[in-house]
Design a protein around this ligand. Sequence first.
Ligand code: SAM
Ligand code: PRE
Length: 236
Amino acid sequence: MIDKVFNKSITKQFEFDEEVASVFDDMLNRSVPFYKEMQRLSINFACNFLNENDKVYDLGCSTASTLIELSKHCIHNLQLIGIDNSEAMLNRASKKAKAFGVDINLINADLHDVSYDDAKLILSNYTLQFIRPLQREKLVKKIYDSLQEKGIFIFSEKVISSNSTLNKQSIDEYYEFKKTQGYSEFEISQKREALENVLIPYTEEENKKMILDAGFSHCETIFKWVNFATFIAIKK
Ligand SMILES: C[S@@+](CC[C@H](N)C(=O)[O-])C[C@H]1O[C@@H](n2cnc3c(N)ncnc32)[C@H](O)[C@@H]1O
Ligand SMILES: O=C(O)C(=O)C[C@]1(C(=O)O)C=C[C@@H](O)C=C1
């Protein structure tokens, strides 16, 4: 279904509710530049580190697209676990996983409340940005602690620039991208307002510092388009 969520005046902050979930795959594809390429790269990088029966978690799995794609591309059988606290998203994830014949343990929970023990790989694309800053640092420490030795954390985030001129230019560039995807200026401004104080982006440097402060030995950007970046972090 085509995303028309912000074609009307907003009455509340952005939420991953039934209305958003029903158009979410289209929303992501048209709102995140090179979403499919970012997903392909995350999966390819991930596959190089994975072995038979490894445990893989996707934090904020939404409709489970990434885990389904991972299972299609990885030569090994994996234990796939998707965590999300939106029932509407998980209902779709469950239907999609069934349709693709992929076995995923879908858990409806807040990321702070469940453990992701013994993980070889933790994925989290565009989810940390929705976690309050004080909680975010704690969550990243929990991710670090949950990974096995040499475990991998791959995540993507919307980012800001610490240079105000470049930041403004990046936002303008991003809104131009959204227009090419068929979103009107009205839809763009309504969504921007709805995301205010809900999606809180860090700079690329702040993301890397958070990762290294949590204990990871290495973090690098594997993909970036203006204000969207994908990182890979390695535990020693
Ligand atoms: C932008 S979406 C993630 C997109 C997804 N990773 C993908 O690539 O298809 C963010 C997801 O995180 C979930 N989420 C946000 N905060 C959460 C929390 N505290 N606990 C669990 N899930 C959360 C939302 O319900 C939403 O499905
Ligand atoms: O549309 C925007 O402004 C976005 O930031 C895109 C974005 C994201 O980055 O998470 C915001 C909300 C939805 O979850 C889908 C995509």
